[in-house]
Design a protein around this ligand. Structure first.
Ligand code: C5P
Length: 227
């Protein structure tokens, strides 16, 4: 079997990673979460007080970024993918609303993106990879065999994210989540560096009304069309 690269891009909180993880398991591919990388750099910048009033101290970050080492590991016991910053487990912290509110500021910085893209390509050598993000089909892997652009109605996405954070015990309001989702989309779509947009050859998956199984089946059908 040919080992493909499957790129999944799209709006915030529309379930890209859920679908990508389920698919990876089903077809025995490696799942790579590119958003987690930007989240780790954001956490690092916050811990070093490099973000103030929605402004990032890019000069300091450029000097410190080589101290950031990102790694991933699958936790069998918890049955989840986990993210590490310099060996420290930061999986829950990078999903907090605090990090979500700052991540788009970090993700629009050119040198940050260059470093993340290089790492994403390095991890994908050999193929058999499903990667989700915002620029995977447009910038990271313009030649990916299969490109999917996912989206869903804002309200559907906000409610999904709200439930997710609520389940984790975070104290949040649906209004705050909705604002965050909209704001992130806006910044991601309007930045100069690798703005979020559908690659010309990507196929759109609007999952507002689809179950997880329906989404998986749909993608597997698309896969069978390209191999
Ligand atoms: O996918 P996730 O929502 O975790 O991504 C967090 C943020 O990281 C996005 O809102 C976006 O600003 C940024 N990102 C990006 N390019 C990617 C993946 C994520 O700019 N490939």
């Amino acid at each position: 079997d040919k080992k493909l690269i499957i790129a999944i891009d799209g709006h915030s909180s529309c379930g890209k990673s859920t679908v990508a993880k389920d698919l990876a398991k089903k077809i025995n591919y490696t799942y790579i979460d590119s958003g987690a990388m930007y989240r780790v750099v954001t956490l690092f910048a916050m811990r070093n007080a490099l973000i103030n009033n929605e402004k990032v101290d890019e000069n300091k970050l450029s000097h410190l970024i080589d101290q950031v080492s990102i790694s991933f590991q699958y936790n069998d016991e918890k049955q989840r993918h986990e993210t590490f910053l310099n060996g420290e487990l930061v999986e829950d912290e990078i999903r907090s609303l605090d990090v979500s509110n700052n991540v788009s500021l970090i993700a629009k910085i050119k040198f940050v993106r260059e470093k993340m893209v290089a790492f994403q390509r390095e991890l994908s050598k050999g193929g058999g990879v499903i990667m989700d993000g915002r620029d995977i089909g447009t910038v990271v892997f313009p030649n990916a065999e299969l490109k999917i652009f996912m989206t869903a109605d804002v309200e559907v996405r906000a409610i999904r994210r709200y439930k997710e954070l609520k389940d984790k015990g975070e104290e949040i309001s649906l209004d705050d989540i909705r604002e965050n989702v909209k704001k992130r989309d806006f910044i991601d779509e309007n930045r100069d560096e690798s703005p979020l947009r559908k690659a010309e050859d990507a196929i759109v998956l609007n999952n507002s009304k689809l179950s997880k199984e329906e989404q998986l089946d749909w993608i597997v059908e698309r896969m069978n069309e390209v191999v």
